[in-house]
Design a protein around this ligand. Structure first.
Ligand code: EPZ
Length: 426
């Protein structure tokens, strides 16, 4: 069978209600943290996406039983501590595999994790992860492309985790997971403040860890001897929510989002408001509707609570249709612009200059065959396809399946004409 692709016939206004799933980027480190726990971990709202399947496979090889229960919850139990090696085969598919490094080292005293390479959104170093492990007293070497780390027992310390682009999300997660079982107190300065990092800390505390300051740039961890398991619900996915907000706005429709945390999306909603998109809380849900005229704006991505890089591509798709010129600057991943060329194939007028893209608003986008290049870039192409005149075929949608649970089905329910086909059916 050929590779699946999306066929979208654009132009429908989306209307109705969508439930936002649990956050992939919170679920992945929390799943990895199960390595640290002596008992069973039950996680609710772990999305069924390809990255979760890949991590479950890796954890299985590392001696953690992972099972999706009938009620949808994920059950994890670390039962065999023999294997401490994360092979390149899985790491190259998914960089988030790096978050087994801290837990393996803390719990088993050694970790061998293939060094992740670059990826579609640019050069992605892990020097800050390694710095954190070394500062905690581990001996860390690079052997034939693998990070090999060893320590009898880690020791609490003070560390500064800022890099050239600010804090690091998974680096903070790794440092925190390593420090929970260390001897003494660890202070992480310039820690990432992202809600996903906070969710990990809250999960670890429920398992018996002693962490304070999560959600601020200074996290303090008092080492404990052991962690037990617990039952925990993952926070809603703010990036999926933001993507559906743009879907409402770009189709001139109105969507109600259930299970959506506005306090995790303040900067993004601020930018949407500036464009002329209305975002309102109604009881427990959020309603998003747009006026006909979209205003051009300036956008700069930043670490949380700033505008997330993971919504830059989607916002760019919307700004393609604004009445004037917008400016988007990427301050986290300066090369994260592979969607620019594809959006231009659909009639957008985008001009890239270094880490900045000038978006010259056009009256309409037109359907075209395009290629997904990474997770969020593919979401931007889906959004552009929903608004475009005519048919858009998006290839390589395995990128989108890594992080969005059945986005095509969710969009169809609210009125989009989107089909998942395989190349043979074309
Ligand atoms: C997380 O990646 C997310 N991934 C990314 O989401 C997200 O784009 C990113 O954070 C930024 O918000 C997961 O949570 C699984 P970083 P992470 O370390 O932690 C530099 C998506 O689409 N840096 O916070 O790997 C780095 O190059 C994905 O769902 C160093 O210099 O990102 C970047 O410029 C894609 N040295 C900046 O820090 C390091 O050791 C922030 O990256 C580590 C990072």
């Amino acid at each position: 069978m050929g590779l699946p692709y999306f066929r979208i016939n654009g132009g429908n206004r989306l209307r109705g209600s969508v439930r936002i799933g649990g956050a992939k980027n919170a679920a992945l480190p929390i799943m990895a943290a199960s390595i640290l726990c002596d008992g069973e971990v039950i996680l609710h709202d772990v999305p069924s996406v390809a990255d979760v399947t890949s991590l479950a496979e890796l954890l299985g090889k590392l001696g953690v039983e992972v099972e999706r229960r009938q009620d949808g919850a994920l059950r994890l139990l670390a039962s065999d501590e023999m294997n401490c090696k994360a092979e390149y085969d899985i790491v190259r598919k998914m960089r988030a595999s790096i978050c087994v490094l801290g837990p393996l080292l803390a719990k088993r005293g050694k970790a061998q994790v293939a060094m992740p390479g670059g990826c579609a959104i640019g050069d992605r170093p892990v020097d800050l992860h390694l710095r954190a492990m070394r500062l905690l007293g581990a001996d860390v070497e690079l052997v034939s492309g693998d990070i090999v780390a060893k320590a009898k027992r880690l020791r609490g310390t003070e560390m500064f985790l800022g890099g050239p682009f600010g804090s690091t999300v998974l680096g903070t997660a790794n440092a925190m997971m390593a420090a929970v079982l260390a001897e003494g107190v660890t202070v992480i300065e310039m820690a990432a403040c992202e809600p996903e990092v906070r969710d990990l800390a809250d999960f670890l505390n429920k398992c018996g860890a002693s962490i304070t300051g999560q959600g601020t740039p200074r996290i303090i961890i008092e080492g404990v001897k052991e962690l037990k398991g617990c039952e925990y619900r993952i926070i809603p996915d703010r990036i999926e929510a933001g993507t559906f907000m743009v879907a409402a706005a770009i189709t001139n429709g109105e969507l109600t989002l259930e299970n959506c945390r506005l306090d995790h999306l303040m900067a993004f909603v601020d930018r949407l408001n500036a464009v002329g998109v209305n975002v309102e809380r109604k009881d427990e849900a959020i309603t998003v509707a747009s006026s006909r005229r979209l205003e051009p704006i300036e956008v700069i991505t930043q670490p949380f609570p700033g505008m997330p890089t993971d919504l830059q591509a989607q916002l760019m798709a919307l700004l393609c249709l604004a009445d004037g010129n917008s400016v988007i600057t990427e301050k986290i991943f300066p090369d994260r612009f592979l969607h620019v060329g594809e959006l231009n194939r659909m009639g957008a007028k985008l001009h890239k200059a270094g880490p900045t893209v000038i978006v010259q608003g056009v009256k309409r986008l037109v359907g075209a065959p395009v290629m997904a290049s990474d997770l969020r870039a593919s979401a931007a192409l889906v959004l552009a396809g929903l608004a475009a005149r005519g048919t858009t075929d998006i290839n390589r949608i395995y990128h989108i399946d890594r992080g969005y649970q059945r986005i095509d089905e969710k969009l169809r329910v609210v009125g989009a004409e989107i089909e998942r086909l395989s190349a043979d059916e074309a």
